[in-house]
Design a binder for this molecule. Structure first.
Ligand SMILES: Nc1ncnc2c1ncn2[C@@H]1O[C@H](COP(=O)(O)OP(=O)(O)O)[C@@H](O)[C@H]1O
Ligand SMILES: [Mg+2]
Length: 319
C-alpha cells in the first residue's frame, strides 16, 4: 500500500470573534490517494471552505497536521509557503474569481505572469490549458462574454497552470445549471483520468455518483429535538416528499414503504420498497441535504423517528 498523497490528521480551526470561539473544524481527519477525485460533502457551515483554506496554506490550523506529498503544510512559512502555494497546489475558488478586465488566456496566465514568466510563454501555456478544458475557441473572451460553465472551465484551467500535485476546487458546480454542472464534473473526471488528484467541496447531491470518494462533513448538521411519538401512516400516505428539508431518520417498525423519485416530467420512478425492520431517510439528515426521494406507505405502516445522533448511536458497532 502506498502512502496517501494527502493526509489530514485531527485538524482543528478555531476562530475567536467578540470573545467567543467558533470551531470551524473540530479534530477533522481525512485522506486522499494519488489520482482520486475526492469530494468533501456537507451542508453550508460544515467547514469545507475552512479545510480547503488550510490545505492551501491560507488559514492556519489551531492544532493537528496536514501532510501533502511529504510536505508538512502547517509548518510552512515565508518563501517555502509561497512556493507551496504557487507550485504544489492549484485552487479553483468558489464563484470563479476571474478578473473582469482580462481575457480568458490572460486570466489563466495571471499566476505565471505574477511569478515573472515571460508573457509569450505564459500565454502559450494558458492557451494549451484552455484547449484541454474545451475552451480553445474562447481564449480572447472576457469573463462577461462567457457563460457560468465556461467561466468555471477557465477557472479550472487557471488552477492547473502551475501543474500542481493537488487541485482544490470549492463548490465547483455552485450557481451552475444542470448541464453546465455536469460538464464541469465531466471535465474534473477527465483530469482525474489523466492522473490528476482533485479535491472538491460540494453540497450538491448530483455530484455524489461522480466521486471516487466521499468525505462526509457534518460539522453543522442541525440537531433536532429528541425523537417523538411513532408515526402511523395508512396505505398511500406520504411520510415526506422529495425536496423537503431533512430532519429525522425513521425506523420502519411495521408495514412497508415505497421510495419514489419524482421526475421532472411529473411522473415518478419506484426506486425501492422497504419492509420492516429497516431504516429509511438517513441520507438527507446525515449529509444535511434535502430529501432525495418521496417516501409513501405501501400498507398501514408504523415508523419511529430518530435524530441523527440517536441514529448513529443505534447503528454504531457494538450496539
Ligand atoms: N474567518 C472566520 N471567522 C469566524 N468564523 C468563521 C470564519 N470563517 C468561517 N467561519 C465559521 O466557520 C464555520 C465553517 O465555515 P465554512 O468553512 O465557510 O463552511 P462551508 O464552506 O462548509 O460552508 C461556519 O460556522 C463559519 O461561520
Ligand atoms: Mg464554503
Amino acid at each position: 500500500m502506498s502512502e496517501p498523497l494527502l493526509s489530514v490528521d485531527e485538524v482543528t480551526v478555531e476562530y475567536i470573534t467578540d470573545g467567543y470561539s467558533v470551531k470551524s473544524l473540530d479534530r477533522f481527519s481525512m485522506r486522499a490517494n494519488r489520482g482520486e477525485l475526492v469530494g468533501l460533502v456537507g451542508p453550508s457551515g460544515s467547514g469545507k471552505t475552512t479545510l480547503l483554506s488550510v490545505l492551501s496554506g491560507m488559514v492556519d490550523a489551531t492544532s493537528g497536521s496536514v501532510t501533502m506529498d511529504g510536505i508538512d503544510v502547517c509548518s510552512l512559512s515565508g518563501r517555502a509557503l509561497e512556493q507551496y502555494r504557487r507550485n504544489d497546489i492549484g485552487i479553483v475558488f468558489q464563484g470563479f474569481n476571474l478578473l473582469p478586465s482580462l481575457n480568458a488566456a490572460e486570466n489563466v496566465a495571471a499566476p505565471l505572469l505574477l511569478a515573472g514568466t515571460p508573457r509569450a510563454e505564459a500565454i502559450a501555456r494558458a492557451e494549451s490549458l484552455l484547449e484541454q478544458v474545451g475552451m480553445g475557441e474562447r481564449t480572447g473572451h472576457r469573463p462577461n462574454q462567457l457563460s457560468g460553465g465556461q467561466q468555471q472551465r477557465v477557472a479550472v484551467a487557471r488552477g492547473l497552470v502551475a501543474d500542481p500535485t493537488l487541485l482544490l476546487a470549492d463548490e465547483p458546480t455552485a450557481n451552475l445549471d444542470h448541464i453546465s454542472a455536469e460538464a464541469v464534473i465531466g471535465l474534473l473526471r477527465e483530469l482525474r483520468d489523466g492522473g490528476r488528484t482533485i479535491l472538491i467541496s460540494t453540497h450538491d447531491t448530483r455530484l455524489l455518483p461522480a466521486l471516487d470518494r466521499v468525505v462526509e462533513m457534518t460539522g453543522a448538521v442541525p440537531e433536532v429535538s429528541a425523537a417523538s411519538e411513532p408515526v402511523e401512516l395508512a396505505a398511500g400516505e406520504v411520510l415526506f416528499r422529495q425536496g423537503d428539508a431533512s430532519d429525522y431518520v425513521f425506523s420502519i417498525e411495521a408495514g412497508a414503504v415505497d421510495v419514489v423519485r419524482e421526475l421532472a416530467d411529473g411522473g415518478e420512478e419506484l426506486l425501492a420498497t422497504l419492509e420492516a425492520p429497516n431504516y429509511v431517510g438517513e441520507l438527507g439528515p446525515l449529509l444535511g441535504f434535502p430529501r432525495s426521494a418521496t417516501i409513501r406507505a405501501r400498507s398501514a405502516t408504523t415508523l419511529r423517528p430518530f435524530t441523527v445522533t440517536e441514529f448513529k448511536a443505534r447503528t454504531s458497532p457494538g450496539h
